[in-house]
Design a protein around this ligand. Structure first.
Ligand code: NAP
Length: 310
């Protein structure tokens, strides 16, 4: 059985990846400050910044590294730019270099936010389009892509946008809509922010395929179609049987956000589709998958990993 090392295993993406991949791989997850219990895979607790990347790889001896750890909170990055650069840019380059030395496949998670969202053209941003980050988070993530590919040209850099269940129940947009709509609370949905988001387990499916095909370089790993965040909220309401009228269409300019957001992140996935040789999921299929996993108890499972305090 292949061994996979997943960093950021206590985060939204890493934890879902570990839960997905442990059915097929021998999974080692790296956790840092978040304490979780009852995980169905092995974990190592460490601060990646202070741990030698080479020693970590020699201890675990993985076939694949899936690097999800990051400072992913946009406002936190604005407040702590040096720390953001260290974990989002410098460290991925170091880990990727050590992986290359040991012939370990390295997969780095990046973001659609490397683009400014001002003009994505008729068909969305392509891999070769020039990024223009407009926040500290986005700038450090773009630097991370460069550090990884400079030190390890065989690495796969996946630009993504995703949603799913998190331990705290508040990390992703789908949780924001679900929590409020299930309680009958009206919510705002940006009608002028577009994205090609995917359910994390669809994303895991595709990354698994890309790893199997030994893909390298930058790939846009997104849904085949795009929607506004308002449309997404309405779809969540309809799928789960909540009142779609509770979702109000508003502009992101009225959202009171601290860091600037890229409004129009429509992504082109032609390169990925061609490489895989099949269609990618559309957003409704991804939401259906999320709904099925929720009905099967994934939300309770993920939130059950949190230590309950009295
Ligand atoms: N969330 C999104 O909407 C989104 C969109 C596009 C791309 N991405 C990218 O997807 C990846 C995962 O994001 P996410 O939303 O899952 O993030 P998240 O929920 O905030 O989790 C971040 C993870 O990184 C770990 N981490 C941070 N600093 C660390 C350090 N110094 N040492 C060890 N571990 C450290 C955290 O560990 P502890 O909690 O244990 O400290 C946590 O497991 C990131 O690369 C992000 O840029 C996210």
């Amino acid at each position: 059985m292949k061994r996979i090392l997943v960093t950021g295993a206590s985060g939204l993406l890493g934890l879902n990846f570990c839960c997905f991949f442990h059915r097929k791989y021998d999974v080692f997850g790296i956790v840092n400050t978040t304490e979780l219990v009852g995980l169905p895979f092995k974990t190592i607790r460490c601060d990646l910044i202070t741990k030698s990347a080479g020693d970590l790889l020699d201890e675990v001896k993985p076939d694949v590294v899936l690097h999800c750890a990051a400072m992913a909170n946009i406002d936190q990055c604005e407040r702590n730019p040096k720390e953001a650069e260290a974990i989002n840019a410098v460290y991925p380059g170091l880990l990727a270099a050590q992986a290359a030395k040991r012939d370990i496949k390295f997969v780095h998670i990046s973001t659609d936010a490397v683009f400014d969202g001002e003009d994505c053209g008729e068909n969305g941003y392509r891999e070769e389009d020039t990024p223009n980050p407009i926040s500290c988070y986005a700038e450090t993530k773009l630097n991370g892509e460069k550090c990884v590919l400079d030190s390890n040209p065989d690495a796969l850099v996946a630009r993504v946008n995703f949603y799913g269940w998190s331990t705290g129940g508040k990390r992703s947009l789908v949780e924001f809509f679900y929590n409020n709509l299930s309680a009958g609370n009206p919510v705002n949905g940006f009608s002028d922010v577009f994205f090609n988001t995917l359910y994390v387990h669809h994303l895991a499916d595709i990354l698994d395929e890309l790893i199997g095909l030994n893909a390298s370089g930058i790939y846009h790993v997104f849904s085949a179609d795009h929607h506004s965040k308002y449309d997404f909220g309405v779809s969540v309401a309809k799928k789960f049987g909540f009142d779609p009228n509770l979702v109000r269409a508003v502009s992101w300019k009225d959202g009171g956000l601290t860091a600037k957001r890229s409004p129009n992140l429509i992504m082109n996935t032609d390169k990925l589709q061609k490489f895989l040789g099949h269609d990618l999921p559309v957003q409704q299929e991804s939401l259906d998958y999320f709904y099925q996993d929720t009905e099967s108890g994934l939300r309770d499972k993920i939130q059950g990993f949190v230590i309950q305090t009295k």
